[in-house]
Design a protein around this ligand. Structure first.
Ligand SMILES: *Cc1c(COP(=O)(O)O)cnc(C)c1O
Length: 395
């Protein structure tokens, strides 16, 4: 099956008269059990065991996992209650005291803070490095390095990293590569095919697509996902609710169609913003002016719907846009039907989430000036989006 078909049909239950055509929402928290087949401990859970308790797995969640694995071209997937639960679950599972983690110096703020504050407290060495600079990543690798974690495109500035090159580097040093592919989605990029060991998604964003459910997932090899299920899901406990999984399955059916529209709307908006006198720089991987457009063409089959831009007097402009926009909403999150715009001042995020100094802070400022406007271009008519921006940016 090709991608658009997989999003609707992968792992669908058997066709038989009377069987529903759409995924069933199984809300049950526990299931009739065979007294001989299963013990009470997660360590005795067989890979093929029938549903037992929903924190361990359930039919609606399992369908979501199988469909995500198919879309990413992975052997197995594990769903979590949120993208943060997926990322922290994987990191706590793979890293022990004395191990070393290399994390992208620009990535989702929660992941950056978790790595630096929490993992360090548990004795894991953590180094934040610019993952778009392969030689900087190579120089930061230590004998104890177990995991490289990258986000591409990176939230919020849409800087890209070369997954194939990073996977080769990681494996040469006996480490693993995890890729947060939330902004790319499996429609744009298949990190596993490029050599990554793990793919992480916040399902809350494009995969759900409607802004009404939180979820996360990790996709990888079957044995490794089985081990992750036992520790990071059953013991840490951040299981997704079946209702959220059901909403996300519903959103997933239209992911390929939505991504095509997100991309074409983003192209229209990015081109409009590039020509606007108040905007000094626009970043969208599909623009020829994106500093890594060549890499984007190699690594992304869809340039996604995220645009970021830079303007003079950005704090005042953020207030003006928030007050005047009537179609676009001034709000966080991304990847939903509605367009969302949010301003992230450089000094604030450099101080709070990233804690970057010296050359790394300079590289961030060189990219984004005094702040980034992160624009999740939605599915409205692009002419209405542009008209809304035109009146909100005026004067
Ligand atoms: C939103 C986001 C996360 C966190 O996901 P939640 O579902 O909000 O917990 C992680 N990574 C990226 C790139 C994100 O955009």
């Amino acid at each position: 099956m090709r991608t658009a078909t997989q999003a609707i049909h992968a792992a669908a239950p058997a066709r038989q008269p009377g069987a529903p055509l759409t995924p069933s929402l199984v809300a049950a928290t526990s299931f009739h059990a065979d007294p001989d087949a299963i013990g009470f401990s997660a360590t005795e859970l067989g890979e093929e065991a029938p549903p037992f308790y929903t924190r361990w797995g359930s039919p609606t969640i399992s369908l979501l996992e199988q469909r995500l694995a198919a879309l990413e071209g992975g052997e197995a997937a594990l769903a979590f209650a949120s993208g943060m639960a997926a990322a922290t679950g994987l990191m706590l599972h793979r890293l022990s005291p004395g191990d070393h983690l290399l994390v992208s110096d620009v990535c989702y703020a929660g992941v950056a803070e978790f790595a630096r504050d929490t993992l360090a407290r548990y004795g894991v060495g953590v180094t934040a490095v610019n993952f778009s600079d392969i030689s900087a990543v190579a120089a930061a690798i230590r004998p104890q390095t177990k995991l490289l974690h990258v986000e591409t495109p990176a939230n919020p500035i849409l800087r890209l990293s070369d997954i194939a090159a990073l996977a080769e580097l990681a494996h040469r040093h006996g480490a693993e590569l995890s890729v947060d592919s939330t902004m790319a989605t499996p429609i744009a990029t298949r990190p596993l095919a490029l050599g990554a060991d793990w793919v992480i998604h916040s399902l809350t964003k494009y995969i759900c697509g409607h802004g009404d459910a939180l979820g996360g997932a990790v996709i990888g090899r079957a044995g490794a996902i089985g081990a992750l299920r036992k520790e990071a899901l059953i013991h840490y406990g951040a299981a997704i609710s079946p209702f959220a999984a059901w909403l996300i399955l519903r959103g997933l059916e239209t992911l390929p169609a939505r991504m095509a529209l997100h991309e074409s709307n983003a192209r229209a908006v990015a081109q409009y913003l590039e020509g606007h006198p108040r905007i000094s720089r626009v970043y969208w991987p599909g623009l020829e002016s994106h500093p890594q457009h060549e890499l984007a063409r190699r690594q992304m089959r869809n340039f996604s719907g995220m645009v970021s831009f830079v303007a003079e007097d950005d704090k005042a402009l953020a207030r003006q846009l928030a007050a005047r926009m009537k179609v676009v909403s001034y709000a966080v999150s991304l990847g939903k039907t509605q367009s969302l715009l949010f301003h992230i001042p450089a000094e604030d995020i450099l101080r709070s989430s990233f804690q970057l100094e010296g050359a790394q802070a300079e590289a961030y400022r060189a990219w984004t000036g005094s702040g980034t406007f992160r624009f999740s271009v939605g599915l409205e008519d692009p002419a209405d989006l542009i008209a809304d921006l035109e009146q909100a940016l005026a004067g």
